[in-house]
Design a protein around this ligand. Structure first.
Ligand code: INI
Length: 159
């Protein structure tokens, strides 16, 4: 007997995306954005269905994502930022608040949200995850957003 497994397909055709990008550490976040756009276009998204919102830093990602979620114009959100550890505890506050704020929005609004926030100890680790040795976290976040948008649509009660 075939098991009734539900999983989201990886097609972005006809889906609308809101992408929130932090400007802080833009030499990294620009690469994350390029990765996300590459994933969306290669999966069938049209440029006219993409809305890009820039915010000062990762700490501002949740409030902008919340505004987009409230607008309900998008099938999925993708949030991109890079928090790199310095010598002070600032890192923990920015990274922690950004991550928990985004998780709260995803669950509260039931919206597909690709979490593309890098939290690294060094600049080199961030570079590696923004298109160098360890893939591109922006690309991965966009693919997750596509899959979750399709899955959540499929899980909606049928009227
Ligand atoms: N914002 C980041 O996106 N990454 C960081 O590494 C970072 N550090 O290290 O300070 C950072 N700080 C700014 C923060 O996100 C807010 O924009 C700022 O505090 C103004 O509210």
């Amino acid at each position: 007997m075939e098991l009734p497994i539900r999983e989201g397909k990886l097609s972005a055709t006809g889906l609308k995306f809101g992408i929130v990008v932090a400007r802080f550490n833009s030499f990294i976040t620009d690469r994350l954005l390029a990765g996300a756009l590459d994933a969306l276009r290669r999966s069938g998204a049209a440029d006219g269905d993409l809305e890009i919102v820039r915010v000062p830093g990762a700490w501002e990602l949740p409030v902008a994502a919340r505004a987009l979620a409230q607008g309900r114009r998008h099938d999925a959100l993708i949030c991109l930022g890079a928090v790199i550890r310095g010598d002070t505890p600032h890192f923990d506050y920015v990274a922690g608040e950004a991550a928990s704020g985004l998780a709260r929005i995803a669950t509260e609004f039931g919206v597909a949200l690709g979490f593309g926030l890098l939290t690294t100890n060094t600049v080199e680790q961030a570079i590696d995850r923004a298109g160098a040795k360890a893939g591109n976290k922006g690309f991965d976040a966009a693919m997750t957003a596509i899959e979750m948008a399709n899955l959540l649509r499929d899980l909606q009660p049928k009227s």
